[in-house]
Design a protein around this ligand. Structure first.
Ligand code: GDP
Ligand code: ADP
Length: 401
């Protein structure tokens, strides 16, 4: 009996690895997607702290260094690569913590195709894999002074472990109480324009005479904390996000009347008269566009603040929910550097060599990728990782991590 399950898996792997998974040589993997070969990691340049990507185009014989979007994964001791659905490569990092071991290199997803067209160059995008059901981001729009910031602040105060704010970049000057990196990343126009050109932004728009934009990193930072992302962006930005591959819930906030909007804006006391006039002029168009359909899933009227906040909580399914702390992943084992992977339908078997594993009972993991959601820009959600206990007397059972 003894080693049977482990041997069985080894046999499967040695028989099929070349057919399903990528070839691995040292710390580099090569994955073939139509006429391109993706070379991941293993560059001779010791100075890079992240996993590098190059593409060998077999039709032209050229080696291309693509534009890489998204936060790159940090170097690791060894990784495996598996092609999924012809549009993304799953990377399983060895020697990495459980919350950093699964990454996706998107090579032909909708987002990558869009970016390839707009940046007119070869593009790939990294997206970190997140286990479990992280909820869709929430986009909140509405005219200046309607109460977006107030409602978001209440939500974050009541559910601090559930929501995280996407900190936008802007070229406008900070208000007295605004902090750089908390309310906005206050930026020079030339710096922001360059970052936009480099593909670092999910969306951007000129609003009230300034440039505002959501960086890909702003959304990723929130997902990495295991939180649901809230974006406070204008109608043009909401339209861009709607057209992008970021799945989100879109909410438009309306004032009870135009006079009330003007009153709130004046009483806030953060703008000059000229700025107030500009914001009120723009509010007319925003209200028309916001309510005309096509962009927003929900429209809320912010008349009485408490009533509006309750409606917001209701549509987000938060009624009667008490804030919880995210589950800690620290008790899970790290994947060893030496491991092999095998794709069977939508399940990836990750086999860890017994000698490398601290706990011999956890030498086989199953990564279920059948319910993937999201992806670049942002994280890939819905991963399911199980450890299969392979004790001496056989497969002992599956334990969800
Ligand atoms: N498109 C876009 N709009 C943004 C972004 N950040 C903020 N905005 C919008 O820019 C507008 C002006 O924001 P702000 O100057 O903070 O003024 P406020 O709306 O009066 O508080 C608002 O409609 C915001 O929703 C962003 O990253 N992208
Ligand atoms: N329902 C409401 N009734 C009265 N005042 C409100 C209400 N909601 C927000 N306010 C106030 O209106 C002003 C503008 O709100 P704010 O959240 O800054 O708007 P926005 O972020 O949409 O520009 C603030 O002074 C805020 O305290």
């Amino acid at each position: 009996m003894g080693e049977a399950p482990a041997l069985f898996v080894e046999d499967l792997l040695s028989e099929h690895t070349n057919g399903f998974a990528s070839k691995s040589k040292g710390s580099q993997t090569t994955t073939i997607v139509s006429d391109k070969t993706y070379l991941i990691g293993g560059t001779d340049d010791e100075s890079t702290s992240t996993i590098e990507v190059r593409i060998f185009d077999r039709s032209t014989g050229q080696l291309i260094v693509p534009k890489v979007l998204g936060t790159k994964p940090k170097q690791c001791k060894g990784h495996s690569a598996v092609l999924l659905n012809e549009d993304r490569i799953l990377i399983v990092k060895g020697g990495s913590s459980p919350d950093d071991c699964t990454w996706f290199l998107e090579v032909d997803t909708k987002f990558v195709r869009q970016q390839r067209e707009s940046l007119e160059t070869e593009v790939v995008a990294w997206s970190k894999g997140i286990r479990g059901e992280a909820e869709k981001p929430i986009v909140i729009s509405g005219p200046s002074g309607v109460g977006k910031g107030t409602l978001i602040a209440e939500l974050m105060k009541e559910f601090p472990s559930m929501f995280g704010f996407s900190v936008s970049h802007t070229t406008r000057a900070p208000r007295e109480k605004e902090k750089d990196g908390v309310h906005y990343h206050f930026t020079d126009r030339s710096v922001m324009e360059k970052a936009i050109k480099d593909g670092k932004f999910l969306e951007f728009a000129a609003v009230h005479g300034n440039l505002y934009g959501t960086s890909i990193e702003a959304v990723e930072v929130v997902a990495d904390e295991g939180k649901r992302c809230i974006l406070d962006i204008d109608v043009q930005g909401a339209r861009s996000v709607r057209a992008s591959s970021l799945e989100a819930i879109f909410i438009f906030i309306c004032p009870p009347s135009f006079d009330e909007l003007e009153k709130r804006l004046r009483e806030r006391g953060t703008e000059t008269e000229e700025q107030i006039q500009k914001r009120l002029r723009n509010a007319k168009a925003e209200l028309e566009q916001g309510q005309s359909g096509g962009i927003f899933d929900h429209i809320l009227v912010n008349d009485d603040l408490e009533a509006c906040y309750e409606s917001l909580k209701k549509l987000l399914g938060l009624e009667g929910i008490v804030s919880t702390t995210p589950k800690s992943l620290s008790e899970l084992v790290d994947l060893p550097a030496v491991h092999s992977v095998l794709k069977i339908d939508q399940k990836i078997l990750i086999n860890c060599r017994p000698a490398e594993v601290e706990k011999a009972s956890k030498q086989l993991f199953v990564l279920d990728v059948s319910a993937l959601k999201g992806g670049a820009p942002g994280r890939t959600r819905g991963l399911n990782l199980y450890a299969v206990d392979t004790f001496a007397n056989g497969v002992d059972g599956m334990k969800q991590l």
